[in-house]
Design a protein around this ligand. Structure first.
Ligand code: FDA
Length: 310
C-alpha cells in the first residue's frame, strides 16, 4: 500500500504521463467519480443538487504551478467571475484557491495582490476564500501571505496539514491573529524529515490539532474552523469532544471532497452538523487525481473498470 501511494504521488509530478492519461476516454470516465465536470457550470449544478440536503459547498478550479503571470491573472479573473455567479444563486458556496496557480512561483508580491483582490471582492459579496496548502516547500510563503491578507480582511482561511511535524507550532503562532483554519491530513509526497511517516501518528496529530482548534478557535468571532477529512473515526471523536467542551454544532464545519463518503456527508448533515463539500472542476486534473488514487489505491479499480467498460 505504501509503495502504491509513493508511485501515485510520483506520477502526479510527471507532466508527460498526465498528457497521455488525460486524453484517454477511460481516464475521463474514471475521474468523473470525483469531479462533476470540467466546467464551473457543472460544479455549480452539483452545488445546487446537494443544497436541499443541507450541504454547503466550496469550489476549486484545478491547476497549480503556473509559470506566467498572465496565466495567474486569468485564474484570478476566473475566480472573480465564479464569486459573481454564486451570489444570485443564493448558495452557501465559497472558493478555495491554490497560491501556485495564482503566481506564487513567479512573484510572491503579485500573487498576494491577486489573492487580496479576490478576498476583497468576496467580502463585498459576503463570501469567503480558503487558501489550500500545497507541498511543504510552500508552507512559509503561504502562511506569510495568509497573515498579510488576514490583516486586512477577516473572510479568508488557510489549510493546515496534520502530517507536517511543524504544524502544531504553526497553528500556535497563528493563534495571535484569530485565524480561520481548515485542518487536513496532507496529500503530497514528502520526506520523512518533514512529515510523520506512520499513518497512526498522522491520525493522532490530527486529533491533537483538532482539539487545539476546538478549544481556542471554534466559535470565536471572525473565525471559521473546518475539519477536512473522511475519517469517520476521527470525525466522531471530534464531534464528541466538541459536545463535551460545550462547542456548538455551528462553531465548526465537517468538510469532505465531492464523491467521497457521499452518504456519510448526508447523514452528518441530517444530524445537524455543518457539512461542506469541496467540488473540483477544470481540465488540469491529472496531478490532483493521482493524489486521490494515492489516498486510496483501491480507487484504481474504478480506472480499470472504466478501461474495461470503455
Ligand atoms: P484517510 O486517508 O485516513 O481516509 C479515511 C477514509 O476516507 C478512508 O478509509 C476511505 O474510506 C476514505 N477516503 C479517503 N480518501 C479517499 C479517496 N481518495 N477515495 C475514496 N475514499 C477515500 N490536502 C492538502 O495537502 N492540501 C489541501 O489544501 C487540502 N484540501 C482539502 C480540502 C478538503 C475539504 C478535504 C476533505 C481534503 C483536502 N486535502 C488537502 C486532502 C487531505 O490532505 C487528504 O489527502 C484527504 O482528505 C484524505 O485523507 P482523509 O483525512 O480523508 O483520511
Amino acid at each position: 500500500m505504501a509503495l502504491m501511494r509513493q508511485v501515485f504521488l510520483w506520477a502526479s509530478r510527471q507532466a508527460w504521463l498526465g498528457d497521455q492519461f488525460r486524453r484517454r476516454r477511460f481516464a475521463q470516465v474514471a475521474v468523473r467519480r470525483f469531479m462533476p465536470g470540467e466546467e464551473v457550470g457543472s460544479a455549480l449544478e452539483a452545488a445546487l443538487a446537494v443544497r436541499p440536503k443541507g450541504i454547503s459547498t466550496v469550489l476549486t478550479q484545478l491547476g497549480e504551478n503556473i509559470t506566467q503571470l498572465s496565466e495567474a491573472k486569468e485564474v484570478a479573473d476566473h475566480y472573480r467571475g465564479v464569486l459573481d455567479r454564486i451570489g444570485p444563486l443564493g448558495l452557501d458556496c465559497q472558493i478555495s484557491i491554490k497560491l501556485t496557480q495564482l503566481g506564487l512561483d513567479v512573484s510572491r508580491d503579485e500573487a498576494r495582490q491577486f489573492v487580496a483582490a479576490l478576498v476583497k471582492r468576496a467580502a463585498e459579496l459576503k463570501n469567503f476564500v480558503w487558501i489550500d496548502m500545497e507541498d511543504s516547500s510552500y508552507v512559509d510563503a503561504t502562511l506569510d501571505l495568509y497573515r498579510r491578507v488576514r490583516a486586512e480582511h477577516q473572510n479568508v482561511g488557510v489549510c493546515l496539514q496534520a502530517y507536517l511535524r511543524r504544524t502544531a507550532a504553526d497553528l500556535e503562532s497563528l493563534m495571535a491573529i484569530g485565524p480561520s483554519i481548515r485542518l487536513v491530513k496532507g496529500a503530497y509526497r514528502e520526506p520523512a524529515s518533514v512529515v510523520f511517516p506512520k499513518k497512526s501518528d498522522v491520525d493522532a496529530e490530527y486529533l491533537k490539532l483538532a482539539r487545539m482548534l476546538l478549544k481556542r478557535v471554534a466559535g470565536r468571532p471572525g473565525t471559521r474552523v473546518g475539519f477536512g477529512t473522511h475519517d469517520l473515526r476521527l470525525v466522531e471523536q471530534i464531534v464528541r469532544d466538541a459536545q463535551a467542551a460545550g462547542v456548538g454544532k455551528d462553531a465548526f464545519e465537517l468538510q469532505m471532497l465531492f464523491g467521497i463518503g457521499r452518504e456519510d456527508q448526508e447523514r452528518l448533515a441530517a444530524r445537524g452538523y455543518r457539512v461542506r463539500v469541496l467540488i473540483s472542476y477544470g481540465s488540469y486534473w491529472f496531478p490532483w487525481y493521482m493524489r486521490r488514487l494515492a489516498e486510496r489505491p483501491a480507487n484504481v479499480w474504478f480506472v480499470v473498470k472504466s478501461m474495461l467498460t470503455g
